[in-house]
Design a protein around this ligand. Structure first.
Ligand SMILES: NC(=O)c1ccc[n+]([C@@H]2O[C@H](COP(=O)([O-])OP(=O)(O)OC[C@H]3O[C@@H](n4cnc5c(N)ncnc54)[C@H](O)[C@@H]3O)[C@@H](O)[C@H]2O)c1
Ligand SMILES: OC[C@H](O)C(O)[C@@H](O)CO
Length: 379
């Protein structure tokens, strides 16, 4: 059997490569998948740097990674939907299927969720991954395995935009032009929004957003939230407010501005995960009868729709990928994400050949801007 080398976080800033046993199928409904590509999420970087996100604390060594695509190498006796050789996007969280949220169709809210690279559970930066077959989504022939690794963050964006109930012809403002915000912009366009405004504090990110999916951009100012909102509405010609505002930054000033940007009776969605508690303009929420919703990971139908959007050419995920590195260079890739040098970088599986080296050249100006800005923080 090929290598099951795994990229393990031992403690903050201490990672190692370990050969681990190839996982066994736990049920006849499971499949074994050889991992081809894995993207890095802000939460992976946060665990690597801090060893914890909220009450999720890395106490024992944990394999990182949860944005993966791979190839089926073994199928359980009861699996009817997949066969060996199928290329799949992996949904990395497995709910209990028995609790009230699961039975009501909101399995992403399952309190007993087993989620990859969320302690105490290992992640997908490994050679082989065993998973329930209904959480492995076959990729159409025109969707590559590298695109498959982007389905996870795209499903996050699909869920957020669904929570915003975006309708054709509407205006949507998206705070944050990191991978999640950019993908929200692309999904909002695919849902028929005619005005999509990307907002960030880093001009270089907005330059990319404009070339990607945004119809308008706005550089957030260090002024009061009301003043910032007024300038944003004027800059994007949004009149008295946007139909929907999505926070994909987690930053307190962005959340505050959002409530002053949304129109009377509009919708606000909290997708970003920053500080647990902030000052929130609750009077604006009340007086404008704003509908506010949270958004957590993804649920029924989100992976399927994410794949369909890519297959149909409605969302371009390839444009976000700056490069692919070999498995042995995983820590370097983490450093590049932390330093804001890339939008998305993929790590090839330990048994995967990497043909072209990534372009590691760094635009010093963009890097400095990104480092100075930081972000709302992860989770
Ligand atoms: N809800 C979920 O299930 C879920 C899933 C994945 C990620 N997230 C969260 O979504 C957020 C975005 O994820 P990401 O990977 O794109 O992160 P990211 O850090 O790459 O992007 C955040 C962006 O927000 C910008 N920003 C910071 N302060 C701002 C401000 N005041 N106004 C406007 N923009 C500002 C940053 O410059 C950055 O471009 C993070 O908070 C992450 O934790 C949520
Ligand atoms: O995309 C899924 C997210 O990264 C996870 O929920 C993470 O933020 C916490 O485990």
């Amino acid at each position: 059997m090929a290598s099951n080398l795994s990229f393990v976080l031992n403690k903050p800033n201490d990672v190692s490569f370990e050969e681990r046993p190839v996982p066994k199928l736990q049920s006849p409904h499971d499949v074994l998948v050889a991992i081809n590509y894995t993207g890095i999420c802000g939460s992976d970087v946060h665990y690597w740097q801090h060893g914890a996100i909220g009450h999720f604390v890395v106490k024992d060594p944990m394999v990182l990674g949860h944005e993966s695509a791979g190839t089926v190498v073994e199928v359980g006796a009861q699996v009817t939907t997949l066969q060996k050789g199928d290329r799949v996007a992996l949904e990395p969280g497995y709910p209990c299927r028995r609790c009230s949220p699961c039975l009501s169709g909101h399995y992403n809210l399952c309190p007993d969720m087993v989620f990859a690279a969320t302690p105490p559970y290992d992640g997908t930066l490994t050679g082989f991954w065993a998973a329930p077959s209904d959480f492995c989504f076959k990729l159409p022939d025109n969707v590559s395995l590298q695109e498959g690794a982007l389905i996870e963050p795209l499903a996050v964006a699909v869920h957020i935009v669904k929570q915003a109930r975006v309708q054709p012809g509407q205006s949507v403002v998206i705070m944050g032009a990191g991978p999640v915000g950019l993908l929200c912009a692309a999904v909002a366009r695919a849902f028929g929004a005619t005005k999509v405004v990307s907002v960030d504090i880093v001009p270089a990110k907005l330059e990319f957003a404009q070339s990607y999916a945004a119809t308008h951009t706005y550089t957030s100012q260090r002024v009061s939230a009301e003043e910032n909102a007024r300038a944003l509405l004027a800059a994007a010609d949004l009149g008295s407010g946007a139909d929907a505002v999505i926070d994909a930054s987690g930053a307190e000033p962005s959340i505050q501005t959002s409530l002053h940007v949304v129109r009377m009776g509009g919708t606000y969605v909290q997708g970003g995960m920053g500080k647990a508690d902030i000052n929130f303009p609750i009077m604006a929420l009340c007086l404008k009868e704003v509908t506010a919703r949270g958004s957590f990971r993804y649920g029924s139908g989100d992976y399927k729709l994410a794949i369909e959007l890519v297959a149909a050419g409605r969302v371009d995920v390839k444009a976000l990928v700056n490069g692919v590195v070999a498995f042995k260079d995983a820590e370097e890739a983490f450093k590049k994400v932390k330093e804001g040098q890339v939008i998305k970088i993929l790590i090839a599986g330990p048994n995967e050949k990497v043909d072209a080296g990534m372009d590691t050249s760094v635009d010093e100006k963009k890097l400095k801007e990104a480092q100075a800005a930081g972000s709302g923080g992860c989770c």
